[in-house]
Design a binder for this molecule. Structure first.
Ligand SMILES: Cc1cc2nc3c(=O)[nH]c(=O)nc-3n(C[C@H](O)[C@H](O)[C@H](O)COP(=O)(O)OP(=O)(O)OC[C@H]3O[C@@H](n4cnc5c(N)ncnc54)[C@H](O)[C@@H]3O)c2cc1C
Length: 390
């Protein structure tokens, strides 16, 4: 007998679950509440779709922190190499950047998504758009559709409804109203709010490159952008969890120089030059970094303590940017609500995958890799469950 599978949510996790179910011979329907699939995935490709990360396996796993023990088997079954091969199989060449981040050569997500949807179509997967799941009655799903309420039952169900950021792309976390018991959502990989003085206005939109940031035990090397609302960009996102947990944010403007080297340069004859000009000349400090020093080091310390301050500038953060602007969210369906196969303990036959599960990771390809890996895992375990019960 053919197994009927229903996947809800057409993001990377849901599409991967659908692919595995269809490849195993199930008759698969995907229901997506938006008019088109994969909207957050497409947004992720706007600034370069970072699919995964090439680095030592132990380092890769560690990025998932407290979720590492339970995500590990899923990531071992579909890790960075598998993600790259899978993308190549869909006709998308990938390349690895200097930091180990892997991107499709075209950088964006749309060609990959198109090829993926064509593959799913070829496997007979039926994609229903504008179908919003509003509640579950056992394993029967109730949808709000353009034709009114529809009930759909299946032998197995995979929920991949995403986290709670970027509601306008469909990922609004509204599912927690009818799927209770989850861990509260928290902002992850977010920008930080800073109350700027008017002196900073000319620098809004400018990148600050080659710096190091730390918050608690999280550190990052890279860059960020000064925006009218605060600080944005990869370097900030990776330490935002530390700030969320209450640690101060510290900026090292010269990660490749020791304090002594900076002090030696600062002690060079200054003559009549202003301190700002002196910093520019002896330390090659560009305009935006000089502006940050003047913004955050008030009053300016004496030259003998300045070297230390430039390597550990306290950033006066007023908070994290709102959840809906965050790259991802922590929280969601807790590990103890599902079994090893990601099936809800209180709803046999209903599996959960992707960002709606309670794990978090920094940007750098870790998010998508875990969405693919959990989607695949949920799909495979749904097939095994159906084999035992249908
Ligand atoms: C600007 C930006 C850049 C990013 N860049 C990267 C990157 O480079 N690398 C990386 O690894 N990650 C990146 N991410 C994160 C990544 O996009 C997400 O982690 C990933 O899309 C989550 O996949 P998912 O399938 O779990 O959920 P989602 O992609 O959120 O998909 C969930 C789907 O479920 C649908 N849905 C929700 N509720 C219902 C319902 N009730 N009924 C029916 N359908 C429903 C939604 O419409 C959506 O289509 C980025 C995110 C953003 C916002």
């Amino acid at each position: 007998m053919t197994v009927r599978a229903l996947v809800v949510g057409a993001g990377p996790a849901g599409l991967m679950a659908a692919e595995r179910l269809a490849q195993s011979g199930c008759k698969v329907t995907i229901a997506e509440k938006m008019p088109s699939p994969g909207r957050k995935f497409l947004m992720a490709g706007k600034s370069g779709l970072n699919l995964t990360k090439v680095e030592a396996t132990s380092l890769f796993y560690q990025s998932y922190r407290e979720a590492e023990p339970w995500l590990r088997p899923m990531l071992a079954a579909f890790g960075p190499d598998d993600v790259q091969n899978w993308a190549r199989n869909l006709g998308q060449e990938v390349f690895t950047g200097s930091t180990g981040r892997v991107f499709p050569k075209v950088m964006k997500a749309s060609p990959l998504l198109r090829a993926w949807l064509t593959r799913l179509d070829g496997l007979g997967v039926d994609l229903r758009k504008r179908w919003q799941l509003i509640t579950l009655e056992g394993t029967t799903a109730v949808f709000d559709t353009p034709d009114g309420l529809r009930r759909a039952s299946a032998d197995v169900l995979v929920l991949a409804l995403g986290g709670a950021s970027w509601a306008r792309l469909g990922s609004d976390g509204a599912w927690r109203e009818w799927l209770p018991g989850e861990a509260l959502f928290q902002v992850a990989n977010a920008g930080l709010s800073v109350d700027w003085s008017h002196h900073m206005r000319p620098f809004f939109g400018q990148p600050v490159k080659g710096v190091a940031l730390s918050a608690g035990n999280l550190t990052s090397r890279g860059e960020f952008t000064v925006s009218s609302r605060g600080l944005e960009g990869g370097g900030i996102y990776s330490v935002s969890r530390g700030v969320r947990e209450g640690a101060p944010l510290v900026l090292d403007l010269f990660p490749d120089m020791t304090e002594d080297e900076i002090a030696t340069r600062l002690n060079r004859t200054r003559g009549k030059a202003s301190l700002s000009n002196h910093l520019r000349k002896v330390l090659k400090l560009d305009g935006v970094r000089r502006a940050l020093v003047q913004e955050w080091l008030r009053p300016m310390p004496a030259v003998n303590v300045l070297a230390k301050s430039l390597k550990s500038l306290n950033v006066p953060v007023s908070g994290l940017r709102p959840m809906d602007e965050a790259i991802s969210t922590a929280g969601g369906v807790r590990r103890d609500q599902v079994n090893d196969g990601l099936m809800l303990l209180d709803r046999p036959g209903v599996f959960v995958a992707g960002e709606m599960l309670d794990w978090e990771a920094p940007t750098g390809g870790y998010l998508l890799t875990a969405c693919f890996a959990t989607g695949r895992w949920a799909g495979d375990h749904a097939v095994q469950f159906a084999a035992r019960t249908v």
